[in-house]
Design a protein around this ligand. Structure first.
Ligand SMILES: C[S@@+](CC[C@H](N)C(=O)[O-])C[C@H]1O[C@@H](n2cnc3c(N)ncnc32)[C@H](O)[C@@H]1O
Length: 273
């Protein structure tokens, strides 16, 4: 038995997926006919329900992967393979406070909201009103909107938050906004970026050298799927060969200033003030 308020994924005979926050009195209109959500609730996860036209639907408890794949998109979203590593590098956990920009369609936002939980907070900046609205509607469909503060603003004006645990930028020219990071991110906190070209990575790394960032890391993640045929096991013919480059670093705490005085015997003395 599924509890009201739980998220369910209903998979059609043609593999079309419907996501619903379960309400027992709702009737879902599908391409294959009407489905009673009361029956879905009674069948439980893994069960099978039939539309009024006798078409079978499977009831599934969606994983985060399912949710990200289903994000309605008008922008390129970050792929699950990249999101997995981003979550680990940013240390996203229940209770974390995270800033991201831009929200776009909300692919990464979905994952951040999932992991920060009910006691965390995602501050998601997006300068385009239409994309902010799309991101909000994607989050509402899966019941995660209360964990995200969507801020329809250009990050050129900076971030309103202080001392967040981590910060991620998926914007075209992140080097333009580095100056705003130290006032928003906790000292020592992780920062990450996604960029589609090496030229952008190079420009970003140069700009980071002028700012208080250390431990830079640059990488890309490649995933190769296999045809799941036991007697002819081999890679799929096509793969997504490139999504983006990931860049990570840590924000340095402000260093104490060092004053150099010439000692009487001519040697240098240092004083921390
Ligand atoms: C590639 S999309 C982000 C996709 C998103 N990370 C996802 O996983 O779905 C880049 C977004 O950044 C937004 N953007 C670019 N520059 C921005 C800025 N300076 N301030 C706020 N948003 C910005 C764009 O409008 C666009 O929606």
């Amino acid at each position: 038995m599924i509890k009201p308020g739980q998220l369910v994924m209903l998979v059609s005979p043609k593999n079309k997926r419907y996501f619903r926050v379960l309400q027992p009195d709702e009737i879902l209109n599908t391409n294959d006919g009407r489905l009673q959500m009361q029956t879905v609730m009674e069948q439980g996860f893994g069960g099978r329900v039939y539309t009024h036209l006798h078409r079978p639907y499977t009831v599934i408890k969606p994983t985060l992967y399912d949710l990200i794949k289903a994000v309605k998109r008008q922008t390129q979203i970050i792929y699950p393979k990249d999101i997995g590593y981003i979550i680990l590098k940013l240390g996203v956990a229940p209770g974390s406070k995270i800033i991201e920009a831009g929200a776009g369609s909300g692919g990464l936002t979905t994952a951040l909201a999932w992991f920060t939980g009910t006691h965390g907070r995602v501050y998601s900046y997006e300068r385009r009103e239409d994309f902010a609205a799309l991101c909000r509607s994607n989050l509402e469909k899966i019941g995660l909107e209360s964990r995200v503060e969507l801020i329809n603003q250009d990050i050129a004006t900076g971030f309103a938050q202080k001392n967040v645990d981590a910060l991620f930028l998926d914007v075209r020219t992140p080097w333009d906004y580095l100056e705003h990071i130290p006032s928003a991110l906790a000292p020592g906190g992780p920062v990450g970026f996604l960029l589609p070209t090496v030229n952008q990575v190079s420009t970003l790394l140069s700009a980071m050298q002028e700012r208080p960032f250390s431990s830079p890391e640059v990488l890309e993640i490649m995933v190769r799927h296999y045809k799941p045929v036991p007697e002819r096991l081999r890679p799929q013919d096509r793969m997504v060969a490139h999504t983006g480059y990931l860049v990570f670093a840590r924000l340095d705490a402000p260093y104490p200033k060092i004053n150099h005085h010439a000692a009487p015997d001519g040697e240098q003395e240092s004083e921390i003030c």
